[in-house]
Unconditional design. Structure first.
Length: 131
């Protein structure tokens, strides 16, 4: 809210000399559109950032729960002995795409992370899933 207020204020500063002129009314809709676009982009980014993945590894099972931005939950469970991680360098939807394979399914993990973070996740998964 502070960012949006500061942005609106900073957009208004160059308009001060135009107060009382017809030119102000010509520029005002475009500036309002810019502020509305920024508000929309920030809300969409915040909504997309609400992906939560929880991977639980115990002595027997590997269990992954993913909560999507729309509130849906997806679950994957596999015997830890049969679970394996796979790194898809180029053939995934993102570079260094990481999946978990087991129980007849292949599920993505960490697709929202940066490429370097996905590589680190893959290394960690390889170490954790090793018997």
């Amino acid at each position: 809210m502070i960012f949006m207020g500061a942005t609106s204020l900073l957009i208004t500063v160059p308009l001060v000399p135009l107060f009382g002129t017809v030119l102000l009314w010509g520029l005002l809709p475009f500036l309002a559109l810019a502020v509305a676009g920024l508000w929309f982009a920030l809300n969409r980014s915040r909504h997309k950032a609400q992906v939560i993945e929880v991977l639980t590894l115990d002595d027997i099972d590997a269990h992954l729960i993913r909560r999507n931005p729309d509130g849906r939950e997806q679950e994957w469970q596999c015997n830890r002995h049969w679970a394996r991680a796979e790194l898809h360098e180029k053939d995934g939807p993102v570079p260094a795409y990481v999946t978990l394979i087991g129980a007849g399914r292949e599920v993505e993990i960490g697709a929202f992370l940066s490429e370097d973070e996905r590589r680190a996740l893959y290394d960690d998964l390889m170490a954790w899933l090793r018997p």
